[in-house]
Design a protein around this ligand. Structure first.
Ligand code: AMP
Length: 305
């Protein structure tokens, strides 16, 4: 089923305790598309500057990502520079250069407007609204955001909550948005603004999905080495939405499965810089990891005492 994502297509420079990467392919839309493309064809809308090495996006096109909605504007591409110290759950933004994103007006190609599944990846909330103004009756609209927009665009963001079915955000962002240190209360506050589902990601401690009546938890995959956490959240969302679009099932039961597929994709993303690992893995790797997730929470497989 058709899956549309609008988000940043960036050049990332990242420092982690294990190494540095300079001007590598990044961006919320890019990580999402690389991840979701393992499940379903993806339509990516975004903007790059005239300096962007677009040939580096070819592997995405080869994986079924439709790049016809990716605009090239004159000017500099969006660049993000970040650092992770020993707490890999916390990204420290060193520099954000909006470049062509500053004047970007998303134009959803006519052939993308009927997309059944829509993901508003992390970009300025005004752009997220502009996308919703152009699509007709999706079965599911989900969004992501970040601390920058919570600080500077709170009203627009809260208004967006009234227009989406589901939001993914990390625990720090949920606390910042709601003013509540307690995640249950934070989730309830967000649900009161409109979405039927709230997914709060807790990095290496897994993810919680809240509805008005239930809470579901999936652990994160226990990796021996998290190499670079950049893009984990977007890859989670890509796995989640990709699975939902592939199965074309918006039941809560299926969303629980989707959380596990999202967690699996997030765990791959952090094994290498950029989208490298996401491009490398195949269906067998994903199936094996999802199986491991089941074993992780199964009470039946425990060794006998
Ligand atoms: P995450 O999944 O949260 O680790 O997202 C990482 C990606 O978000 C990086 O590849 C960045 O290029 C992108 N990013 C960082 N800041 C912004 C921003 N203000 N707007 C859009 N994308 C951003």
């Amino acid at each position: 089923m058709s899956l549309l994502v609008v988000g940043s297509v960036a050049l990332d420079s990242v420092e982690t305790p294990f190494g540095t990467a300079d001007e590598v392919v990044g961006g919320s839309g890019t990580f999402f598309a690389a991840s979701a493309s393992h499940y379903t064809p993806v339509r990516l809308v975004g903007v790059v500057g005239s300096d962007y090495p677009v040939e580096r996006l070819q592997p995405l096109a080869a994986r079924g990502v439709d790049l016809s909605g990716l605009e090239t504007a004159s000017g500099e591409s969006f660049r993000w520079r970040g650092r992770y110290r020993h707490d890999l759950n916390v990204a420290e933004t060193l520099e954000t250069r909006l470049g062509v994103f500053a004047g970007f007006e998303p134009k959803i190609p006519a052939s993308f407007r009927e997309s059944k599944y829509v993901f508003l990846a992390n970009i300025h909330p005004a752009l997220q609204h502009a996308v919703l103004d152009q699509v007709s009756r999706p079965a599911l609209v989900a969004c992501d955001t970040m601390n920058l927009w919570i600080e500077t665009q709170r009203n627009e963001l809260v208004r967006l909550l009234g227009r989406v079915d589901l939001i993914t955000l990390n625990d720090g962002e949920a606390r910042q948005l709601t003013g509540s240190p307690n995640l249950l209360k934070a989730a309830r506050w967000i649900l009161d603004q409109g979405p039927k589902y709230v997914i709060i990601k807790k990095g290496e401690h897994g993810a919680l999905m809240f509805t008005g009546a239930s809470v579901f938890f999936a652990p994160a995959y226990p990796l021996e080495q998290i190499f670079d956490p950049t893009g984990a959240g977007d890859s989670f969302a890509g796995g989640f939405m990709g699975w939902v679009a592939k199965t074309d099932d918006v039941s809560e039961r299926n969303f629980r499965r989707a959380v596990v597929y999202g967690s699996a994709m997030g765990s791959f993303a952090v094994e290498r810089f950029s989208i490298d690992r996401l491009l490398e893995v195949g269906q067998d790797d994903i199936a094996a990891r999802v199986k491991d997730f089941h074993a992780l929470v199964s009470l039946d497989g425990a060794p006998q005492a």
